[in-house]
Design a protein around this ligand. Structure first.
Ligand code: HEM
Length: 538
């Protein structure tokens, strides 16, 4: 329709209203015809692909799964629920190895420890790659980071640097002073904030400050911009964007859904920020001011490796991206859930608080190297990870060779998802009050106490397993234990306006990580005086 901009109304509206109405309804019908034609073309294309696949799969015994529609495949079965919950419900009907069609992506979902063991141990090499969706391609510079690099020499090289140089127990230990300073700063902020306190913001700020200092030696000057970028990445990296699920139409899907533009903007913001940080570091190094040995931050280490010809600048930025996104987001989410579960379970709260105070009350603060003296606190964290693995579907794997999982054929190129959230809530393996928060289930002498949560056992996989398992476990746990113990030592906690703690809202948000949906609004009451601020501020 042509607008007369001076009058701000349709130019012919008053004179030719009748003709206009007719032409409007005609164009409406043209649009409908066009829409029907495009839909039909989509449906036919998908049906042809389906027939070709069915013929090619002749003789294969594919895993069972729910019925599918043209174009969208199985997506209608996931609508209205969070993917990990919907997949668990579907798996109960279709089995531990289940085939879904997510748009164009054939996806096998495994939901029991036996099936997970097949994927992540018995045939780990076959599943050692990751699918690279259109969004992640943009966000990770074409899979140049550790987490999304396809399996091969490049990934092996980066992974080796991560495991042997960046995230070693020794390196994590070297950041202890940073963690203690940042925790003390957070406690002071919580202590002086207006009541009640929105804890998610404090926990996110704490973990990102500590991570920034570990990576680049200083806090981030644009922390809010950075945290908005992290939020975007969490939204964009679910794998459920149209451009990700219909790769052969990604140009169109990307335009219609706006996701690709968001991914590009987010990439530009974060990588520009990383570029600036690297520039500053290089200048400092040229001035002879780089750290040495244990005093090195992660960027010092990476730039030294770069100088020796080990990695290029693109890889350095992508690795930093991983540390910030994989590292800070998962740790903050774990902290948030642990605190929320303790609010919901006052008995557990009482017990863990008593343990922490007994150990640290006299000293007036929690000391990291004595955290090993605590028992129940570690059970609390383990139970929080069982019920709320921050990455409920881990990170997807890619089948590199045709193979069988529990007797079902998995064709090459299939995306494989391990539902870690479902594993932690499997009644068969966690029979005792499965859905309830009971840290005692891990007490010494119980069957659960023997279950390893670092990838050796498949009932509990918050960090994944096999070649692609999380290399940042020590870093992640250190970022959770000290803050949690410190918050419990210094404050008593309650949720305002919640008369019955068992009613405390535990709904999860949609995203690659399963954050808590509602704000974590808590009222702290000071019980043990806070550590005095350092003379010149932190
Ligand atoms: C509580 C904290 C954390 C949790 C729950 C967690 C969880 C995970 C999970 C589930 C995976 C996928 C594993 C798989 O596919 O089998 C993963 C991968 C990864 N994590 Fe973590 N993570 C945490 C902290 C960290 C930290 C602190 C860092 C780095 C500083 C980190 C870096 C990575 C990287 C680089 C990968 C990709 C590994 C690869 O593909 O080779 N994570 N993490």
């Amino acid at each position: 329709m042509v607008w007369n901009h001076e009058l701000h109304r349709p130019s012919l509206a008053t004179q030719h209203q009748m003709e206009d109405t007719t032409s409007q309804s005609q164009s409406h019908y043209y649009f409908l015809y066009l829409w029907a034609l495009v839909s039909l073309a989509f449906a036919l294309a998908a049906y042809r692909r389906f027939l070709t696949a069915a013929r090619a799969n002749g003789g294969l015994q594919l895993p069972p799964g729910p019925w599918q529609l043209p174009v969208i495949g199985s997506l209608h079965h996931l609508v209205g629920q969070l993917p990990h919950r919907a997949m668990r419900d579907l798996a109960r009907r279709h089995g531990p190895v289940m085939l879904l069609q997510l748009g164009e992506l054939p996806t096998v979902v495994v939901s029991t420890p036996d099936a997970a063991r097949e994927v992540m141990r018995t045939q780990d090499l076959t599943f050692a790659s990751r699918p690279l969706t259109a969004s992640m391609r943009v966000l990770t510079n074409d899979g140049r980071d550790v987490a999304f690099a396809p399996y091969g020499e490049y990934w092996r090289q980066l992974r080796k640097i991560a495991v042997t140089e960046l995230l070693t127990a020794r390196r994590v230990l070297s950041f202890r002073a940073i963690r203690e300073e940042e925790v003390a700063a957070m406690l002071r902020q919580v202590g002086s904030a207006a009541r009640p306190v929105e804890m998610r913001a404090h926990l996110t700020a704490l973990v990102s400050n500590a991570t920034f200092r570990a990576v680049m030696g200083d806090r981030c000057k644009q922390r809010d911009v950075f945290l908005r970028g992290v939020d975007e990445v969490i939204q964009l990296s679910t794998g459920f964007n149209p451009a990700d699920m219909w790769p052969s139409w990604s140009w169109l899907a990307g335009r219609l859904s706006n996701d690709m533009r968001r991914a590009k903007e987010c990439h530009a913001t974060l990588y520009d920020m990383f570029g600036g940080i690297i520039e500053e570091h290089l200048e400092r190094m040229e001035g002879g001011g780089d750290g040495n040995g244990e005093a090195m931050d992660l960027l010092d280490v990476l730039l030294k490796i770069h100088k020796d010809g080990g990695v290029d600048m693109v890889a350095i930025k992508a690795v930093i991206f991983d540390v910030f996104i994989a590292g800070s987001e998962s740790s903050a989410t774990t902290l948030e859930w642990a605190l929320a579960e303790l609010i919901k379970n006052p008995e557990a709260m009482k017990k863990v608080t008593a343990e922490v105070r007994q150990a640290f009350d006299a000293g007036g603060r929690v000391v990291e190297d004595r955290l090993g003296e605590l028992t129940y606190l570690h059970l609390v964290i383990r139970e929080a990870l069982r019920l709320h693995p921050p990455l409920p579907l881990l990170l997807p794997r890619l089948c590199r060779e045709p193979c069988k999982v529990l007797g079902f054929d998995v064709p090459r190129g299939t995306q494989v998802i391990v539902n870690a959230w479902a594993l932690g809530r499997d009644e068969q393996h966690w029979p005792d009050a499965t859905e309830e928060f009971r840290p005692e289930r891990f007490e010494a002498g119980t069957r659960a106490a023997m279950v390893d949560f670092r990838g050796a056992d498949f009932e509990l996989l918050p960090f994944g397993a096999g070649r692609r398992m999380c290399p940042g476990i020590a870093f992640g746990l250190a970022s959770v234990e000290l803050p949690l113990a410190s918050l419990l030592l210094h404050f008593d906690w309650e949720a305002p306006d919640v008369s019955d703690p068992t009613e405390f809202d535990m709904t999860e948000a949609f995203g690659a990580t399963a954050r808590r949906n509602a704000n974590l609004l808590l009222r702290p009451s000071l019980r043990v005086p806070l550590p005095a601020p350092p003379a010149q501020g932190v």
